[in-house]
Design a protein around this ligand. Structure first.
Ligand SMILES: O=P(O)(O)OC[C@H]1O[C@H](OP(=O)(O)OP(=O)(O)O)[C@H](O)[C@@H]1O
Ligand SMILES: O=C(O)c1cc(=O)[nH]c(=O)[nH]1
Length: 174
């Protein structure tokens, strides 16, 4: 079985929850894909790293990350399982007032080409928040990549960024 097929089967088995749910955006939906159950799973996490690295293999970037928390294990999986040397970063939902007061944690991203990732994207609001913070920090986001797309493509493209998803809701029969 290919990495992609194995990952899709694990997402279906571990992450899909059917039932009424309120989403991050405040919208309601009748299914949820809890990808943290996949990105933090011993067998699935390396597949996430390889599939997401392959999905973006033709994009030039040296660091990967996104808005905490969903993006964090995606970025670290890529750091560990990408064939290219990659740093990871974490974009905080809010800056912190003590310590070094950084909004973006990890090796400096200023002046670097970076990839913004998400576990799943519905409105694109979360990943575009990360992209805005990256720009503010002097980084150059080369695109957005997510494991499961729930419809954020137009919003991300309208904001001026390329958008790729390893899978869509349809791949999961949702
Ligand atoms: O495209 P959007 O409409 O922004 O929705 C997608 C976001 O929702 C989830 O995170 P959530 O806000 O639940 O927070 P968490 O990552 O801290 O769990 C998910 O991990 C994405 O970040
Ligand atoms: O839009 C969201 O908040 C959302 C949808 C989904 O399927 N999974 C998730 O973690 N968040």
């Amino acid at each position: 079985m290919s990495d992609r097929d194995e990952l899709l089967a694990l997402i279906d088995e571990l992450a899909v929850v059917r039932g009424r749910v309120v989403l991050s955006s405040g919208r309601e939906a009748d299914y949820y894909v809890d990808l943290r159950r996949v990105t933090l799973h011993h067998r699935a996490a390396p597949l996430v790293g390889r599939v997401m690295a392959e999905l973006t293999a033709d994009w030039d970037y040296s660091a990967v990350g996104g808005l905490t928390l969903g993006a964090d294990p995606v970025a670290t999986a890529m750091l560990h399982h990408s064939p290219r040397p990659l740093d990871a970063f974490v974009v905080r939902k809010a800056g912190k007032a003590h310590g070094l007061q950084r909004r973006i944690e990890g090796p400096d991203v200023a002046g670097r080409r970076v990839l913004a990732v998400e576990d799943t994207s519905t409105t694109g609001g979360s990943v575009l928040t990360a992209v805005d913070a990256l720009r503010e920090a002097g980084a150059d986001p080369v695109g957005v990549a997510v494991i499961v797309d729930r419809g954020a493509g137009d919003a991300v493209r309208d904001a001026g960024y390329e958008y790729r998803a390893a899978f869509t809701s349809k791949d999961l029969q949702l």
